[in-house]
Design a protein around this ligand. Structure first.
Ligand code: HEM
Length: 161
C-alpha cells in the first residue's frame, strides 16, 4: 500500500501550491480552523437530530422537519471538510497518507456518509407532521455516534503513526 502511494506523495510534494502552503505560516492553521468549524456544524446538527430522535429536545418539531432544517448546512459543511481535508493532505502527504488511522478515518467517513444518506432518505419519505419510525430514530443516534468516532480519529492521527 505504502509503495503504491509513493508516486502520489512525490507528485504532491512537487506541486507549487504545496510549497506556498508550507511557506505561508498562517495557511495551515487557517485551513485547520475552518476544518474544525465545519466539524462543529456537522456535529451540532447531528447531535440535535439524535437528541430529537430519542425525544429529549425540540419535540415541537418532527424529526423529519429537523432533518430538513439542517440538511443544507450539513452538506455545505461536509464539502468544506473535504476541501480543507484535501488541503491538509496536500500540505503533509506523508503524515496523512502513510498513517493507518488516517486511512481508517476515511473509511469511517464513507460508512458514516452512507448511514447519514440513509437517514436523510428515510426522513424525506416521512411526512413532516408524522413521528419517525423507531428504527429511523435509532439510526439518528448511530449517525451521531459515527461522526463522533470520525472526529476522534481525526484528532488522534497526530498521535499514532
Ligand atoms: C471529508 C473528508 C475529510 C478529510 C479528507 C479529512 C482530512 C483530515 C486531515 C488530513 C486531518 C489532519 C490530521 C492530522 O494530521 O493531525 C484532519 C483532522 C481532523 N478532522 Fe478531518 N477530514 C475529513 C472529514 C472529517 C469529518 C467528517 C470530521 C468530523 C465529523 C473530521 C474531523 C477532524 C478532526 C476533529 C480533526 C483534528 C483537527 C485538529 O486537531 O486540528 N474530519 N482531517
Amino acid at each position: 500500500m505504502d509503495a503504491w502511494l509513493q508516486p502520489l506523495i512525490d507528485w504532491l510534494n512537487g506541486l507549487p501550491l504545496q510549497a506556498t502552503i508550507r511557506e505561508t505560516s498562517w495557511a495551515l492553521p487557517l485551513v485547520q480552523t475552518v476544518h474544525i468549524l465545519a466539524v462543529a456544524i456537522v456535529l451540532t446538527a447531528s447531535l440535535i437530530i439524535a437528541l430529537r430522535g430519542i425525544g429529549l429536545v425540540g419535540r415541537d418539531w418532527s424529526l423529519a422537519r429537523w432533518q430538513a432544517r439542517f440538511g443544507t448546512s450539513t452538506v455545505l459543511a461536509l464539502w468544506t471538510l473535504l476541501g480543507t481535508g484535501l488541503l491538509m493532505i496536500l500540505a503533509e502527504p506523508e503524515r496523512e497518507l502513510l498513517n493507518w488511522l488516517f486511512r481508517a478515518k476515511m473509511l469511517l467517513v464513507i460508512v458514516t456518509l452512507l448511514l447519514a444518506r440513509g437517514l436523510a432518505r428515510a426522513l424525506r419519505a416521512t411526512r413532516t407532521d408524522r413521528p419517525a419510525r423507531p428504527g429511523v430514530r435509532l439510526l439518528a443516534v448511530v449517525v451521531f455516534a459515527a461522526w463522533i468516532a470520525v472526529a476522534m480519529a481525526g484528532r488522534w492521527i497526530a498521535y499514532v503513526g
